[in-house]
Design a protein around this ligand. Structure first.
Ligand code: HAM
Length: 427
């Protein structure tokens, strides 16, 4: 049989890389707590309708990227391509708004989109994200931006920018779409085939088309900020004022529209400077109409963002930001088979009970091979347990970093390791 390999666009996160993931996840959780966000975990798959209606039929995600299939009962199921619609569904289904008028929820989860894989674009990728459900106030928009910024700052990331725009309310958008269509009408034939389709259905998406011809055509297009209703304008002005007051540097990007249909008012992105074509580290905005779209009886305001973890790792690697992530065990016990192996196994059990991470030999290898294994495992100490050591109840504990050796009573091993580890940390 042919070797079975992983599916295109998926990744195995191997042990040396997973330490980086844990480091990022820990920072994310620390900052979420600082802002009073609580974790929510929703299912990996949902009924297809949640996304088709929630994200919008015309978005690239729904029209060509979803992993949708019929289950055995012929129900249409979709692996979640993003977290916002599921979180809103869970919020509504569990009446979370009744419990607390402001719900601040966060997630760290895998998402699935059948895109063409390339650097920074995967079919299974991971996001951390927040959804602040309830408030209409611009402070909530700004707070979500600050959560993202604090996470990047805490991780040491420097090479990125915040881009922001307003996509207005429904009324602003109707007016703006008409203006944009009017402006593009004479050059319709020069638009790329995708944008020709978008012209009727979703003309605002033409603004962020990557095609050069479309790019040139929309250089002088009317700007949505000039078409905002006074209400939408006031909201945006307050967001900008709060960003200024709180020392957040940003760029207004008139062409930022985002790829999902649910946005209203504020839209923003974190753009990585070192990432190449897929340079969006994260993005989000306000989505006051999504809840009703998926069945809420009344308007439910909300704002949030999500950020890709794979792209963050790439950005952090390019800025060399990962510290030495020590994952090695405390001690490796080398033995010589027979009684020594049993004694080593029991000693490991006793040490682990005292929270000392311990490896023992499981392959019956030579001492030399075991010492090589000890070094490979990143163990800080090695303990050699032979017949003599068992008889005298003393063994030598070798510090693998500096090769210092100390003879220790077998009953004192745990104390000795703990005290050496402590004095190492103190140094
Ligand atoms: P999004 O812009 O579709 O927004 O995705 C957010 C981030 O997820 C992107 O900026 C990128 O870092 C990462 N990402 C997206 N697709 C891929 C992929 N194929 N491979 C690797 N990384 C990817 C959302 O998902 C919204 N739910 C954000 C949001 C939350 N809006 C309001 N609340």
């Amino acid at each position: 049989m042919k070797n079975i390999q992983k599916i295109k666009g998926t990744q195995d996160i191997l042990p040396d890389i997973s330490a980086k993931w844990q480091y990022i996840e820990k920072t994310v959780r620390t900052i979420m707590r600082r802002y009073g966000y609580n974790e929510i975990r929703t299912p990996m798959f949902e009924v297809t309708d949640l996304f088709a209606r929630g994200i919008g039929q015309l978005t690239d995600i729904v029209s060509k990227e979803m992993y949708t299939f019929l289950d055995r009962s012929k129900k249409s199921i979709t692996l979640r391509p993003e977290g916002t619609a599921p979180v809103m569904r869970a919020y509504l289904e569990n009446n979370l708004g009744e419990a607390r008028p402001v719900q601040k929820l966060y997630y760290i989860s895998p998402m699935f989109r059948q895109e063409n894989p390339q650097a920074g674009r995967l079919r299974q990728f991971h996001q951390f994200g927040v959804e602040c459900i309830g408030p209409q106030a611009p402070e909530a928009d700004v707070e979500t931006i600050m959560v993202g910024l604090d996470i990047y700052r805490e991780l040491g990331l420097k090479n990125f920018t915040v881009k922001i725009n307003s996509v207005g309310d429904a009324e602003s958008r109707i007016a703006y779409k008409a203006q944009l269509q009017e402006f593009l009408k004479p050059s319709f034939a020069q638009l790329c085939p995708t944008c020709q389709q978008r012209y009727e259905t979703n003309p605002m998406r033409i603004l962020d088309c990557k095609n050069e011809a479309c790019n040139a055509l929309i250089m002088d297009a009317p700007r949505i900020l000039d078409a905002l209703t006074s209400d939408a304008r006031a909201h945006f002005d307050k967001v900008l004022a709060l960003l200024d007051q709180n020392e957040v540097t940003y760029e207004i990007d008139h062409r930022l529209v985002r790829g999902l249909d649910y946005y209203t008012y504020t839209a923003y992105e974190f753009i990585g400077g070192s990432l190449g074509a897929q340079n969006a580290l994260g993005g989000g905005g306000r989505y006051d109409l999504l809840a009703e779209e998926i069945g809420a009886k009344k308007q439910t305001c909300a704002v949030g963002f999500a950020a890709g973890i794979e792209r963050l790792i790439m950005a952090m690697e390019s800025e060399n930001l990962f510290p030495e992530l020590q994952a090695g065990v405390d001690v490796f016990i080398a033995t010589f088979g027979g009684a020594t192996q049993d004694a080593g196994f029991k000693l490991a059990h006793d040490l682990r009970k005292q929270n000392i991470s311990t490896l023992t030999e499981l392959m019956g290898r030579s001492l030399k091979a075991q010492m090589r294994e000890a070094n490979r495992s990143g163990a800080r100490f090695a303990l050699i347990l032979g017949e003599d050591e068992l008889r005298t109840r003393r063994a030598s504990l070798k510090n693998l970093a500096n090769s210092d050796q100390k003879e220790v009573d077998l009953n004192q091993i745990a104390e000795e390791i703990k005290s050496q580890l402590q004095s190492n940390q103190a140094r």
